[in-house]
Structures are given as C-alpha cells and as structure tokens.
Design a protein around this ligand. Structure first.
Ligand SMILES: NC(=O)c1ccc[n+]([C@@H]2O[C@H](COP(=O)([O-])OP(=O)(O)OC[C@H]3O[C@@H](n4cnc5c(N)ncnc54)[C@H](O)[C@@H]3O)[C@@H](O)[C@H]2O)c1
Length: 363
C-alpha cells in the first residue's frame, strides 16, 4: 500500500505526493481519471529511458494516442537554455494544448528542466513528476521549484510551479548507481538534523552502503522526508522564511560545489561537508550539537576537499550565494537536534573557523 502525502498551500495547486513501490497502476489510474488520453508530453532522463523504455515507460505511453517524447542527456549541463529551447520547440511543434499533461521522469536535473518547460510553455501545462533518483524523491520533485542554470550561476532562471501530482516509485532506486544513493542520503541526513532526529537512527539500521533493495523501511524513510519537505513548503511556498531551514549546510555546500566545479562534485556530498561546517558553526555560537550524528555516515563520502582558496576567500565566496541579502552572510544553524534557525553572521571569524573544520576533516 503506497503512502500519500497531501501538499496544500495558499499559493499553489493542492496535490498529492504518492510514495510506494511499483506504482504503474496508480499512475495509470490517475492519468486516466484526470486527462484526455489523446496526447502527452514525456520528458525523460536518457539513462532512465534506456533502462525502462520497454517496461515502465511503455506501459505509461500506451495509454495515450500520441506521445511527444523528449530525452534529456544526463548531467547538470542539461539544465541549459539550449536544452530548454529544444524541449519547448519540440512541444510547440507537436501542437499540444494547454491541458496536455507533461510527465517528467528522471532525477533532479530532468525534473528542474522539464518542470520549467511545463511551467513556461503555453503559460503552464499540467506537470506530473515521476522522480527516479533518491534526491529527486525526497527533495527536488517536492515544493515547486523549477529552473535552469545560467553562466552567471546555478538555478538563476526558473519559476515556482507546482506539479499536479508526484509519484515517487522506489522501484527506480533498484537501478540508481550507489554514488547517487549516497548523493540523495545527504538530503535525508539533513532532514534528520533539522527536523526529525529519529531519521538518523532509522538510517543507521538500513543497509545504506549496499546496493538498494526495496523494503518497507526504505519506503517509510522516503515518505517521512517527503512529508517534512511538503509540510515546510506548505507553510512557506515562496521561501520567505521557514523554508530557508532546508538550506542547512547549503551555504557552505554551494561554495564547495563552485570551487570544485559542479560537474566534479555531488550535491549530496557537498551538503554533507556543508553540514559538517554548520554543526561547527552552531557550536561556536554556543549550542551543543554532537558531530557524531554526522560522523556515523562519514564513510559514505569519499571525496576530498582541499581547496586552493584560503578560508577568508571561501568565506567571501559565500557572499555570492543568491540567497544573500544586504551583503550579510545568513547561515542556517542548529539550536538543538531537530531545531534549525537562520542567523545573520556579522563575525566572519566563526565562519572561517567552520571552514577550517571542514577542510581538516575532508582534505
Ligand atoms: N527543485 C528543487 O527544489 C531542487 C532541490 C534539490 C536539487 N535540485 C537539483 O537537482 C539536480 C540534481 O538532481 P539528482 O541528484 O537527481 O541528479 P541527476 O538528475 O543528474 O541524476 C543523477 C544521475 O542518476 C541517473 N539516474 C537517475 N535516476 C536513475 C535511475 N532510476 N536509474 C539509473 N540511473 C538514474 C541520471 O541519469 C544521472 O546520471 C541539481 O540540478 C539540483 O540543482 C533541485
């Protein structure tokens, strides 16, 4: 039996996030009940298409008289204006209507790109997310952020646009490479730190460093994380306050990704390192957070971080984060396990100390 999470906001469309295993039948019922089955747009990650085109994806395609299929090459470089233009060209040339469903199947890259194409084409077509990576299931498919990158920075062009439904089918995790499981776990650990400490204990009991095998425990974990994100987004869809706590570890992580190059670093790994710094910062500000909550997962992450930049330069780079306001560094820190707050930091020396702590651990 799948788990259903309701996401209601004053701002966006109410919709369900369904978490389960082998959800094809549920998806087919949803599509049949809600859409004319004449035409659909499928925007699919190329690896996922290769693995599932004769099974999962064909069982959804046969529902429709006509399918417009866009395959998205893997990697962050697909979140580009040119890839976006290709997709919009394909959609418009196939004479879709504003009510034609856009079904986006893939990880966060395909989700952000396909979501933005759905948000912007014909001023918004109904979007259905079928996230296939752990990160997309627990994070990027929830909350309505869609977008692409610009040479000036990541995710700078986009829209807040809610899907009409999200189906997180854990079956897809069976083919997800192990390093991508670890990538998604960075965000799962984050939910344990900022919201629900029992996630850390649940994770310790799961065989997270072994190839994924479906279990109810995994399903429970993904559903808890999806619910945490949905509940936060429901209260603050446009990120004017509470939603900021989801950025725990991210102000450091964005600099780590920038310095290492987005193509060479995994977001989840950078978030893990960033949380390492954010825990140190919280303790420097007088709180008492046990780093053991993170160190227990340390072996999952093997990348090194030994930057050429000094800690002063890394701190300076934090000022380029797009969430910076009025030239001050705002960091999410923990007051106690499960309680996160944003704090403007005036004394940059504590940030520099936190960078030293990260480098000491990951160099
Ligand atoms: N919109 C948001 O709120 C939000 C939140 C967090 C991250 N993001 C974005 O998400 C993106 C990262 O997403 P990601 O980590 O899912 O990366 P990704 O989409 O690049 O997927 C990772 C890799 O896994 C492959 N893959 C995906 N599903 C698979 C499956 N079931 N089997 C085999 N291979 C599979 C992909 O082809 C790719 O090679 C970034 O662009 C980030 O900015 C967005």
């Amino acid at each position: 039996m799948s788990k259903r999470i309701q996401l209601n906001t004053n701002y966006s469309k109410d919709h369900q996030i369904v978490v389960g295993y082998k959800l094809e039948d549920e998806i087919i019922s949803f599509l049949s009940d809600n859409f004319s089955l004449k035409k659909a747009v499928f925007i699919v990650d190329e690896n996922v298409l290769g693995l599932y085109q004769n099974s999962y994806i064909s069982s959804l395609k046969v529902l429709f008289d006509e399918v417009v299929l866009c395959s998205v090459p893997e990697g962050e470089q697909s979140k580009s204006l040119s890839q976006y233009t290709d997709i919009v060209d394909t959609i418009l040339k196939s004479k879709v209507e504003r009510s034609t469903p856009v079904i986006v199947i893939g990880g966060g890259v395909t989700g952000d790109l396909g979501g933005f194409a759905a948000a912007s084409t014909l001023r918004g077509m109904p979007l259905i997310h079928i996230p296939t990576s752990l990160l997309a299931m627990v994070d990027s498919s929830i909350g309505g952020k869609t977008g692409i990158n610009h040479s000036v920075g990541k995710n700078l062009i986009g829209a807040f646009y809610s899907p009409v439904a999200v189906f997180a089918d854990l079956q897809f995790l069976e083919t997800l490479p192990q390093k991508e499981i670890a990538n998604g776990l960075g965000e799962v650990i984050k939910y344990g730190m900022i919201s629900t400490p029992s996630i850390i204990e649940d994770l310790e009991k799961l065989p997270i460093s072994k190839p994924f095998v479906y279990s109810k425990d995994w399903e429970h974990l993904v559903a808890i994380c999806a619910k945490i994100k949905a509940d936060i987004v429901a209260k603050d869809f446009k990120e004017s306050g509470l939603r900021e706590i989801l950025n725990f570890g991210h102000t450091f992580a964005h600099v780590i990704e920038r310095v290492c190059g987005y193509e060479n670093s995994s977001h989840g790994e950078a978030v893990f390192m960033g949380m390492w710094g954010a825990v140190k910062l919280s303790n420097l500000l007088g709180f008492n957070i046990d780093i053991a909550n993170l160190s227990v997962f340390r072996a999952l992450y093997t990348s090194k971080f030994d930057p050429e930049e000094s800690v002063a330069e890394l701190t300076e780079l934090m000022l380029h984060d797009k969430k910076v306001k009025d030239g001050s560094i705002k960091v999410i820190m923990l007051e106690k396990p499960g309680v996160a707050r944003s704090r403007i930091i005036q004394d940059v020396s504590v940030i520099q100390e936190s960078w030293k702590f990260i480098i000491e651990e990951f160099k």
